[in-house]
Design a binder for this molecule. Sequence first.
Ligand code: ASP
Length: 349
Amino acid sequence: MPEKYSKLTKQAHILILYTGGTIGMIRKENGSYEPFSFENLSSQIPELAQFPAQIEVDSFDEPIDSSNMTPEHWRRIAKRIEHDYNTYDAFLILHGSDTMAYTSAALSFMLRNLSKPVILTGSQLPVGIPRSDARENILTSLEIASATNDEGGPLVPEVAVYFEYNLYRGNRLQKVSSQDFEAFRSPNYPLLAEAGVQIKYHRNFIQTASVSRFEVLENLETRIAILHCYPGMSASLNLPLIQNPQNKAIILRSFGSGNAPGEVWLLEALAEVIKAGIPVINVSQCAAGEVEMAKYDAGRKYQEIGVLSARDMILEAALTKAMVLLGSGLQGEEFAIAFRENLSGELSD
Ligand code: ASP
């Protein structure tokens, strides 16, 4: 197993951007959490001042619960990274865990030709609470963000999420628990690193730094419908969603290896949409494994009408990849070719 422990570059210059989330929240009188200002965070983790790197901290003007994240916020984060790309060696985004996997997947497609670490982290308990996981998540994320290889380049030059001793590729993880500290899982790709007494990096699984010019793809198409298959789904409820003239793509959340009910109304409606140039993308409800439409008749029918396979992409990756590709103006065959390509480590070979 290819493993390597990190070295720290004393001079690393890191921008921490606090967007909101539990990590910096406080408890209101009614018992619910609401975002609080970032001063709370830095005063709660005095170790930040001693960390062997030059750290600067900035915050969204109004920190948000990540349930309120939108592509507009992703654009704001991406543009901030673009603006300061040459100033910092790495970027640490503090984010609520609820939609962190969507943001990290979106950033992995928006930030093209990355050669610096963009690490996201958050916590399950606010930083001020004694048993909070926030301190460890932030301090280890900073260590990962400043770690260098033998040539002095960054060890993790990609969008990644650090949470509860694990480092995940940004477009491979899903939130699976709202109560365990280990809130995420990467069903189809190995961990990039594991933190114990030392941090073990699995370097064969980490992307290499791009040598091409960094750029941001900032336009995202949000008019993408998600059609969830379930036993008993009816034409009357689901046809309006499929036939909505605003749709620019439809994600079909299929069963198992890409199977869906063989109802004529469903097949016909999707075939019509595809003929009109709207891509229909098959993403299985099973996060682990891969869409193989030809395996069963129940999937083959969908392959025959031209449904695109998301293969082993998770929903968060397939959705945000489609948003970015459509937002970049790709359509029809061009869209299909780009969607099948492995753009950012989101697909297995
Ligand atoms: N609701 C919070 C959020 O995603 C949960 C968290 O931070 O873990 O913003």
